[in-house]
Design a protein around this ligand. Structure first.
Ligand SMILES: [Zn+2]
Length: 161
């Protein structure tokens, strides 16, 4: 939102119509000077910029042109669009990690804290080679790698959320 004096403040409305109605009725006042002649300021995508900060920000700085030509378009719909896209990417990622977990659980033996020990036995051929998974401290994992044992850390998500 923006008042005639150029103050910007945030306001959320279910639709452009809802905004227009409330603005016309003088129901929206500038957070700084109280002026009710409010117009809708174009909203720049600023999800990250505003995280954990107050809502009464000074005018956002223009993107620093560094010849990339990749300045984001600043239209009203981009904010919701960007959030929706981020949520979709996140959800796809979680799905992949869950699938990875399911695959590991289906094909590997769980050995718990014995993981470093068991990984060495397999590496040195003391037991039959098989896939295992379990817990290891970062130090233990590092020591295994130093010995040439292939271990990898995978993101381990709970089955549901
Ligand atoms: Zn104002």
């Amino acid at each position: 939102m923006r008042c005639p004096a150029g103050h910007r403040f945030e306001g959320w409305f279910s639709s452009s119509d809802a905004f227009a109605q409330q603005a016309a009725a003088g129901a929206i006042a500038c957070a700084v000077c109280g002026d009710t002649h409010i117009e809708r300021a174009p909203m720049a995508p600023q999800v990250l910029r505003h995280a954990g900060r107050g809502s009464q920000e000074p005018e956002p700085a223009a993107p620093q042109g560094e010849g990339t030509g990749a300045a984001p378009a600043a239209s009203g719909g981009d904010l919701a669009g960007a959030q929706g896209k981020a949520a979709m990417v996140m959800s796809a990622l979680m799905q992949q990690m869950r699938a990875l977990r399911a695959k590991v659980e289906a094909t590997c033996d769980y050995v718990g804290d014995d993981f470093p020990e068991e990984a060495r036995r397999i590496h040195y051929g003391e037991v039959e080679e098989r896939g295992i998974y379990g817990e290891a401290t970062p130090e233990e994992a590092e020591a295994l790698k130093d010995e040439g044992v292939e271990v990898s850390r995978i993101p381990w998500l709970p089955r549901d959320n």
